[in-house]
Design a protein around this ligand. Structure first.
Ligand code: KG4
Ligand code: ZN
Length: 367
């Protein structure tokens, strides 16, 4: 079964075709990073306008790459959660196509879809993926979902059957990377620029405490961001009244890189500590990481070192950040369990949690 995935929840317009949830036939991503860079973050109205300009060409290219519309058996589209204007552009387009071409339609939860990047194990050679996981993960599967909007540990018992083990109580870890990058004067998006600066930095130079949580699998990253801010202020010799957007001009490159490395090290350790405890408690068969921060090499390294017995495989970086392959892959597993939705009758849900997705909605009873 070949599924066309469509993704537009934030600042990437993407379309992909995946066969049977695992084989990537086409993968097109139009990133808006350059557009939002000048503003230092995503501007929702600008994002929606850019989606509108490129959504049809992006879909058209993916479908042509996969051999044309006659090859497409169903459409899966991110309809939740995300920026409302962005979600609307992709989902209205997808719904219209589904109606016009009479193709089954599956609404997809973006955060859940990130996890399914781990299920893509092969791709047509034109796409040049030579580092895909060799095996699909097995259930029970422990997923660390870390993106710009989410930091969660979720235990998957089966497709569509999962429980939230812990989550951030304030900032998501990707958000912390982005905010610390701003403090350090590193370009947007902050995750990759912190990771790059950290390569030449000394992670032991600055000490930041890990947040203590009353529930052991919960996270908190806003304190860490503030700890970095205070430490930078003290390093350059100013107090908290000094404008934070002018701090970086007083940092030399070496000190900046040491801050990046020290922050990254503690942020990653915080994530890995909890995954290690959860692996001991829940004994999953597989551990996966998902979301933009899953592209972080330090996270991959620390997880491998501390969980050697799990033989963790990682999706390629381009399938960790937003893409439509993950949406199409999840669409396949959804299609095996539940009825397609009526494309005339779908709402976008900008802030719904993963535990309330289509899999659980009573109107989508098993076939
Ligand atoms: O999943 P994603 O592309 O979009 C959301 O659904 O949020 O994640 C974006 C987040 C941003 O916060 C970005 O800074 C972070 O992922 N990110 C990284 C890396 N690449 C992207 N964080 C740390 N290291 C990276 N290499
Ligand atoms: Zn995402």
């Amino acid at each position: 079964m070949k599924i066309l995935g469509i993704e537009s929840s934030c600042d990437e317009t993407a379309a992909a075709v995946v066969e049977d949830g695992s084989r990537l036939l086409a993968n097109v991503i139009n990133s808006q990073i350059d557009i939002h860079k000048v503003f230092g973050g995503v501007v929702p109205e600008v994002a929606a306008r850019s989606h509108l300009e490129v959504v049809l060409p992006v879909i058209d290219k993916a479908v042509r790459d996969a051999g044309g519309w006659s090859e497409i058996d169903a459409i899966a589209c991110t309809t939740m959660p995300g920026l409302i204007g962005s979600l609307l552009i992709g989902s209205l387009t997808a719904r219209t196509i589904a109606v016009a071409k009479n193709i089954p339609f599956y609404p997809i939860h973006h955060v859940e879809a990130h996890v399914y990047a781990n299920f893509i194990t092969s791709a047509v050679s034109e796409l040049n993926f030579n580092n895909l996981p060799k095996n699909q993960p097995q259930f029970p599967m422990l997923a660390l979902i870390v993106s710009g909007g989410h930091s969660q540990i979720v235990l998957f018992h089966d497709y569509g059957n999962y429980e939230l083990i812990g989550q951030t109580q304030d900032d998501a870890v990707g958000e912390a990377f982005d905010k610390v990058a701003k403090i350090l004067g590193l370009p947007y998006p902050g995750g990759p620029s912190i990771a790059k600066a950290a390569e030449t930095g000394d992670s032991s130079r600055f000490y930041f405490p890990k947040a203590k949580m009353s529930r052991k699998y919960d996270f908190s990253f806003s304190g860490l961001k503030t700890a970095v801010l205070r430490s930078v202020q003290s390093e350059v010799g100013v107090d908290h009244t000094f404008p934070s957007n002018e701090l970086h001009a007083r940092l030399d490159e070496r000190t900046r890189d040491d801050f990046a490395a020290s922050f990254q090290n503690i942020a990653v350790q915080t994530l890995v500590d909890k995954v290690v405890v959860a692996v001991r408690e829940f004994a999953p068969k597989s551990v996966v990481i998902a979301g933009g921060v899953a592209a972080n090499q330090e996270l991959r390294k620390q997880l491998r070192e501390r969980l050697p017995e799990m033989n963790i495989e990682y999706p390629p970086m381009s399938l960790c950040t937003d893409n439509a392959a993950m949406v199409a892959s999840l669409g396949y597993f959804v299609s095996r369990k539940i009825k397609p939705a009526d494309p005339r009758d779908i709402e976008v849900l900008p802030s719904i949690s993963m535990t309330k997705t289509a899999w659980n909605l009573s109107e989508n009873l098993a076939k």
